[in-house]
Design a protein around this ligand. Structure first.
Ligand SMILES: Nc1ncnc2c1ncn2[C@@H]1O[C@H](COP(=O)(O)OP(=O)(O)OP(=O)(O)O)[C@@H](O)[C@H]1O
Length: 239
């Protein structure tokens, strides 16, 4: 069974019909890439799942986490139920130290898994007393991912983790995500197709408000014409 099922999801914001019946599933293991041209509604899809759309947005459809309906559940309950979210802007608190950023994610009565976080990202341990605002983009991304991994997750929703990073850092973040994906499934919005190829076994492409492709990521990326038509790029390029 898929860990996440999105059925006929429709979102209207300020009169524009952004998602017009989006349906796809996320496998219970590994990485499912959510792809599409700029502005097609990838972030909107993640936010619709998480209950983070603006108050005036009109939402319809059925979203299920491990079979249980979650549409319109409050975000804090979804997060507590194991939906981990790493937003595109990373959301780290620049004025706080790395350790303080992590401590903020601790939950009352929870059992924060610092061993896992520091095992995956030893640099966060070494830089515990450094202000997060002085970290590099890649280090901030690792902090944002590490913070989510402190608590148990059933699924991670990660939005453009390599955006704006230098190629060497992209490779480090991709390696970290690869390690994370061994333990928790992931729905990943990612424009860098080389990263998609490295990480994702499945891909979903949104175009014109609907799902235009679901299947193996490599099948999509190997078929250059299809990749170009759906994503506006050739093989190995960035979308
Ligand atoms: N709060 C909002 N108010 C008005 N329009 C919005 C809002 N949020 C998103 N949109 C519009 O919805 C469309 C989809 O945006 P979204 O950010 O989901 O796209 P995306 O596929 O994630 O794009 P990108 O690759 O550029 O991040 C865009 O045209 C955007 O301008």
């Amino acid at each position: 069974m898929n860990i996440l099922e999105i059925g006929d999801l429709s979102v209207r914001i300020a009169g524009s019909h952004i998602l017009q019946g989006v349906t796809f599933g996320v496998a219970p293991h590994g990485v499912t890439a959510l792809l599409g041209r700029n502005g097609v509604g990838k972030t909107t899809t993640l936010k619709a799942v998480l209950g983070l759309l603006p108050p005036k947005a009109e939402l319809a459809g059925d979203v299920r986490l491990a079979g249980a309906p979650i549409t319109r559940q409050p975000t804090h309950r979804l997060v507590r139920d194991g939906l981990g979210y790493v937003p595109e802007d990373r959301g780290v608190f620049g004025g706080l130290t790395v350790a303080e950023n992590l401590r903020l994610a601790e939950r009352p009565g929870g059992d924060p898994d610092y061993n896992r976080v520091y095992g995956l990202f030893p640099e966060l341990h070494r830089r515990g007393r450094q202000r997060a605002g002085t970290l590099s983009g890649g280090q901030q991304q690792m902090l944002a991912i590490g913070r989510v991994l402190l608590n148990p997750n059933r699924l991670l929703l990660i939005d453009e983790p390599t955006k704006g990073l230098a190629p060497k850092v992209v490779s480090e973040v991709a390696a970290a995500l690869h390690a994370v994906a061994q333990v928790v499934p992931m729905l990943l919005v990612e424009q860098n197709l080389a990263v998609v190829r490295r990480l994702a076994q499945d891909a979903v492409v949104i175009a014109n408000g609907r799902v235009a492709y679901t299947g193996r990521a490599n099948d999509l990326l190997d078929y250059t014409e299809k990749t170009k038509a759906l994503l506006g790029v050739g093989k190995g390029e960035h979308a």
